[in-house]
Write a protein that binds this ligand. Sequence first.
Ligand SMILES: NC(=O)C1=CN([C@@H]2O[C@H](COP(=O)(O)OP(=O)(O)OC[C@H]3O[C@@H](n4cnc5c(N)ncnc54)[C@H](OP(=O)(O)O)[C@@H]3O)[C@@H](O)[C@H]2O)C=CC1
Ligand SMILES: CC(=O)N[C@@H](CCC(=O)OP(=O)(O)O)C(=O)O
Length: 314
Amino acid sequence: MTTRIFIDGGHGTTGIEIGDRLAGRSELSLITLDEKDRKDAGARRDALNAADIVILCLPDDAAREAVSLIDNDRTRIIDASTAHRVADGWTYGFPELEPGHRERLANSRYVANPGCWPTGFLALVRPLVLAGLLPADWPVTVSGASGYSGGGKAMIADYEDAATAPSAFRPYGLTLAHKHVPEMTRYSGLAHPPLFAPAVANAYRGMIVEVPLQLRAMPGRPQIADLHAALAAAYAGSPIVTVAPLQDSARLSGLPIEVVGATDRLDLFLFGNDDSGQARLIAALDNLGKGAAGAAVQNLNILAGLPETAGLRL
Ligand SMILES: NC(=O)C1=CN([C@@H]2O[C@H](COP(=O)(O)OP(=O)(O)OC[C@H]3O[C@@H](n4cnc5c(N)ncnc54)[C@H](OP(=O)(O)O)[C@@H]3O)[C@@H](O)[C@H]2O)C=CC1
Ligand SMILES: CC(=O)N[C@@H](CCC(=O)OP(=O)(O)O)C(=O)O
């Protein structure tokens, strides 16, 4: 018996990436809609209710609508949108968040896939808060650059149309009220929202998420090696999240946005100087990989009781 999957929004940027990862997997069967029906509420209702697991790759309002169209008590949902990431009754779809979280996910019916920025941020910060190295009330900043596919079809069209003259590098989120801040705050365990300073780069995919820390001002003045040990322990044995050895990071003269390529990996790097008491923590990922489709397929595998990395690009 196969697990029946329906991707609502399967023609969008994230939906296509997920479909590619599921192709050829004999333990799954994909429910699809014709082009003319893919936005028809009746056809979507039938597909949503016929599936064992649905993956929503829709704008937030359409994702909320999709959930309301499910009228059985069996279909499980993985929502890639922002709609339910801090909503009651939903489990945050970051299996690596903390010990025991993967098991919570496996038993959940409603799963909210994380945002791409929070994925990098939480991977760096959550283990440090849990280890007591980063005080929960510390004022944390997170910055970086994302590929333009992070903005979906609309931003891709803008960047790929010469007439709209795309910028090489464009800071945004300038109201300091980006939609990812609530999930970053909630799941990091920080007492205050981080200051989030994102930018878009003129690259299709990939992202660099950076958390700088003034260690010398922090209680106990943590050492670079302490931070590294906490991160390495948190992801020991993970086939998806890796922490570069300090001596390898020290040899790098730069970290390109393309470093993980079109994969579902999440690579963490720690750069620092114990004399100055300063550190730069960097997560490198593909916004469409571990930042979206890779995470959705990983969660699907966990929900379906299948090998966690099946279909992933590692
Ligand atoms: N791109 C990324 O890196 C990431 C995206 N996400 C999230 O994933 C979701 C999808 O994003 P993304 O793939 O980038 O967006 P896209 O704009 O590329 O795709 C969205 C798709 O949803 C379709 N759609 C819109 N309204 C409806 C509706 N009422 N019924 C059925 N289909 C509908 C669109 O149709 P049409 O083709 O006609 O426009 C489009 O195909 C969003 O919530 C986004 O925030 C999450 C993490 C990262
Ligand atoms: C470059 C760019 O615009 N990126 C998107 C985030 C992409 C993502 O994580 O998706 P969600 O919209 O589901 O959170 C943004 O900052 O809003």
